[in-house]
Design a protein around this ligand. Sequence first.
Ligand SMILES: Cc1cc2nc3c(=O)[nH]c(=O)nc-3n(C[C@H](O)[C@H](O)[C@H](O)COP(=O)(O)O)c2cc1C
Length: 198
Amino acid sequence: MSQRVLYVIACGAPPAREVGRLVSLAQGRGWNVCVLTTPSGRRFADVAGLERLTGHPVRSEYKDPGEPDVLPTPDAVIVAPATVNTVNKWAAGICDTLALGILVEAIGKGLPLVALPFSNRAHAAHPAFAENVAKLRSWGVRVLFGPDVYPLHDPGTGSSYLHLFPWAKTIEAIEHGIRDGEGDADPARPADGRQARQ
Ligand SMILES: Cc1cc2nc3c(=O)[nH]c(=O)nc-3n(C[C@H](O)[C@H](O)[C@H](O)COP(=O)(O)O)c2cc1C
């Protein structure tokens, strides 16, 4: 049986420096992991280290028209860390980064989706963020956010709280979604197993 493919999307927040921890956890559970970042997330991530760890290129930009696809098609997607910016744009259906294009399409495909936002208490208090978390949840995205997940920190102190970022909860949530049958029916999935269009 071929390995299930997990896309891990890291946005522009301090935990993106440590996204390799999530990669190792997922690989230990049998996933073939591909890391993607937003353009901002790429500034935080150890791209060379992640490419060595996964054996896949770390993609952050749309390919040029006519270029071949380099990543296998995802069976599930985790966004961690998810920024306030990407959560808000995702809920609005905006696709101006490769990461958002994949996330917007993934809702249409019915893939198992988990988002673990990381933000300070002031940033996360913007009313649009709460509305958009609720919207994404109503569309089947497992958004791991709230006092039961981890405590919000004060502005400017995020790098001191990386040890609290609960990477393992994302894997538990995605596997829970798969047990619940999410992603079984995927009419948009191409037969050749390659990621379409992006
Ligand atoms: C040092 C630094 C730390 C940041 N920390 C966060 C954060 O913890 N959460 C967040 O939502 N945005 C944070 N931002 C802001 C995002 O990087 C910014 O909104 C960016 O546009 C996000 O783009 P993306 O959603 O495409 O990754 C931080 C920015 C910088 C430069």
